[in-house]
Ligand binder design. Structure first.
Ligand code: ASP
Length: 331
């Protein structure tokens, strides 16, 4: 069979490439994927590039930058890229890469597994195959492929700690599914992305994700400002509810006055926050708080980290959240 597509597999560690060590599963390298690479080579011209070897819990923004730089460097040399990655922080990495690689012009597909490839019943082979099929599709963007489904990287969330259907596409449909016709692409779910492709990896680490709880002290916002944070994503209640009694709003007002960008999303996994509905929300908007609408926390965090890292002012960041860069928000 003529192998028409050249697919690059980047390895970064994770369960998929892990082996049993004395202290439990530990990340291995491309060696753990050898058998599967041989199987995939029957269909594609496969090249492997080892980026690093980490449990994804240890992946930080520096590693996002390393992956983004490698993808940008390789994009003219292959038809698509598959990135084997741990599942725990895959949604963060996929979201971050979406913003770091605006207008990416090839498919970049993250995948991993819940059981190591060395296990006879691993979900890894299946996930890799779906990811390779997507990488060969010619559809540009950053995606997550898992359990026979493909979704936008910036809409994916890990929803199961151990179940095989570990990822969901939040507030938007799947980009593709494996069906009896092969990989069926849902064209209507593809976002409109403008090129040309660029590498913009600068990102700020000074963004905090705050899950609101009843009775949370408003002093937390001033404490975050003192610690040097430049952005806060608040996972508020329901449609965006925030406790306003007992000086609840005072801390947020002070934070905004101090130049901190505050984005409000909802701690509900599905549907959208909308601060316009309740009095408490409208008060926040009047203070300059930014609507995160239906973004995942991972996408809101990384978009804010990226905007600040790009040197945007709080005003520019507000505008950044009023546009969709790659389908991460429904406007
Ligand atoms: N702890 C692993 C990781 O994220 C979990 C996995 O890959 O499924 O690297």
């Amino acid at each position: 069979m003529k192998k028409e597509k050249h697919i690059l597999l980047m390895t970064t560690g994770g369960t998929i490439a892990s082996r049993q060590g004395t202290e439990g599963l530990e990340p291995g390298g491309p060696k753990e994927l050898e058998q599967e690479i041989a199987n995939l080579s029957a269909y594609y011209d496969v090249r492997v590039r080892d980026i690093f070897c980490l449990d994804s819990s240890n992946i930080r923004p520096d590693e996002w930058q390393a992956i983004a730089a490698a993808v940008f460097e390789e994009r003219g040399k292959c038809d698509g890229i598959v990135i084997a990655h741990g599942t725990d922080t895959m949604a963060y990495t996929a979201s971050a890469l979406t913003f770091m690689l605006p207008g990416i012009d090839i498919p970049v597909v993250f995948t991993g597994s819940q059981l190591p490839l060395s296990h006879m019943l691993s979900d890894g082979p299946d996930n890799l195959r779906t990811a390779f099929a997507m990488a060969a599709s010619g559809i540009p963007g950053v995606f997550v492929a898992f359990d026979r489904k493909v979704m936008l990287g910036c809409r994916s969330v890990k929803v199961r700690a151990s179940g095989f259907s570990a990822f969901e596409s939040i507030n938007t449909g799947y980009i593709a599914r494996v069906t009896d016709r092969g990989l069926a692409i849902a064209e209507e779910n593809l976002p409109v992305c403008a090129g040309p492709a660029a590498l913009r990896p600068e990102i700020s680490k000074n963004v905090f994700l705050l899950k609101l709880t009843p009775g949370l002290s408003p002093a937390i916002f001033e404490a975050l400002a003192e610690m040097g944070y430049k952005g806060v994503v608040i996972e508020a209640f329901g449609l965006g509810g925030i406790n306003v009694l007992n000086r609840g709003l005072h801390g947020i007002r002070r934070a905004v006055e101090m130049g901190i960008s505050v984005v409000v999303t909802t701690q509900c996994l599905y549907d959208s926050a909308n601060l316009r509905v309740y009095q408490v929300g409208n008060r926040l908007l009047d203070m300059g708080v930014i609507q995160g609408w239906d973004m995942t926390s991972e996408a809101a965090m990384t978009k804010l980290m990226w905007g600040i890292g790009q040197g945007m002012t709080p005003e520019e960041i507000k505008k950044l959240f009023e546009i969709s860069l790659a389908g991460e928000i429904t406007l």
